[in-house]
Design a protein. Structure first.
Length: 234
C-alpha cells in the first residue's frame, strides 16, 4: 500500500463508529494513527516503517503503557487496511507488584483536593461522584436528573448494562446542584455551552487544584480517585 492518507484515516474513523466504539476511543485511535502518518510522511507503509515508528516512540520517552496503547491503535488500523503483515508486537512490560508512593494518592491528599475544590461546586461533585460510585470519567454522562432522582444509574457500555447505586448524601447534593443550575432533566455535569463534561476538561481542572492542595500533580488523574482505601468499611 502507498502512504497513509486522509481518505484512509477517515474510512477507518467511519469503521470504528460502525463498530460502536465510544467517541473517546475513536478520537484516541485516530489521533494515534495521525501520529504514525506524520512520522511516515510520504513513505509507503511497510513493516520496517512501523518498527521505526515503534523505536521512535521508545526514544521519545513515552511511558511503556502509552506506547503499547498507541501500537494497539495502529495495529487495528493496519488490519483494517489489509496490512496485518505490518503489525508489530507491544513492548514487554515487567509486571509491577506494588504501587509506588509516587503514583498512589493517599486518603489525606484526596481530602485536601476535595477541600481545595470547595469553591468549584461542579468539580467538587464530580470528584465525589467518581470516588463514591467507582464510575469511569467517560460514564459521568449517565448522571442525569432522572437517574439521580431514582437513586441509581444504569450504565450501558459495549452491549452490557450495570446498575450503580448513588449514596444518599451524594444524591441529595447532586439534586440540590441541579436545582441551583436550573437543570430539570438530562445530564447534570455540563459545560457552559451545555455539553457533557469531557475527560480533558476534568483532568485540567483537577490538575489546577494540586498547588492549593499541596499534592504532586503526577498523582492526579480522574480515574485514580477510586483507590482500595476508598472501599466501604476502609
Amino acid at each position: 500500500m502507498r502512504e497513509v492518507n486522509e481518505a484512509s484515516i477517515q474510512a477507518y474513523c467511519r469503521y470504528l463508529i460502525r463498530e460502536e466504539k465510544s467517541a473517546a476511543t475513536v478520537e484516541k485511535y485516530i489521533r494515534d494513527v495521525r501520529a504514525f502518518a506524520a512520522f511516515l510522511g510520504k513513505r509507503e507503509v511497510t513493516k520496517s516503517g512501523v518498527i521505526e515508528f515503534k523505536k521512535h516512540l521508545l526514544e521519545s520517552g513515552y511511558a511503556v503503557r502509552s506506547i503499547n496503547s498507541m501500537l494497539a491503535s495502529l495495529n487495528g488500523f493496519l488490519k483494517f487496511l489489509g496490512r496485518a503483515d505490518c503489525r508489530v508486537r507491544s513492548v514487554k512490560l515487567q509486571k509491577q507488584v506494588y504501587c509506588t508512593e509516587e503514583r498512589e494518592l493517599t486518603r489525606l491528599e484526596y481530602q485536601r483536593l476535595l477541600h481545595a475544590a470547595k469553591r468549584q461546586e461542579q468539580l467538587w461533585l464530580v470528584m465525589q461522584a467518581i470516588c463514591g460510585t467507582g464510575i469511569r470519567v467517560s460514564e459521568l454522562r449517565f448522571f442525569t436528573v432522572e437517574a439521580v432522582t431514582r437513586g441509581e444509574i444504569s450504565v450501558n457500555c459495549k452491549a452490557k448494562t450495570r446498575v450503580i447505586l448513588i449514596p444518599g448524601k451524594l444524591r441529595r447534593a447532586l439534586l440540590n446542584y441541579a436545582r441551583k443550575q436550573k437543570i430539570r432533566s438530562g445530564v447534570i455535569f455540563l459545560t457552559r455551552s451545555g455539553k457533557p463534561m469531557g475527560r480533558k476538561m476534568i483532568w485540567a481542572q483537577m490538575k489546577g487544584l494540586c498547588k492549593a492542595a499541596n499534592v504532586d500533580p503526577r498523582k492526579v488523574f480522574p480515574h485514580i480517585l477510586w483507590l482500595p482505601w476508598m472501599r466501604p468499611g476502609n
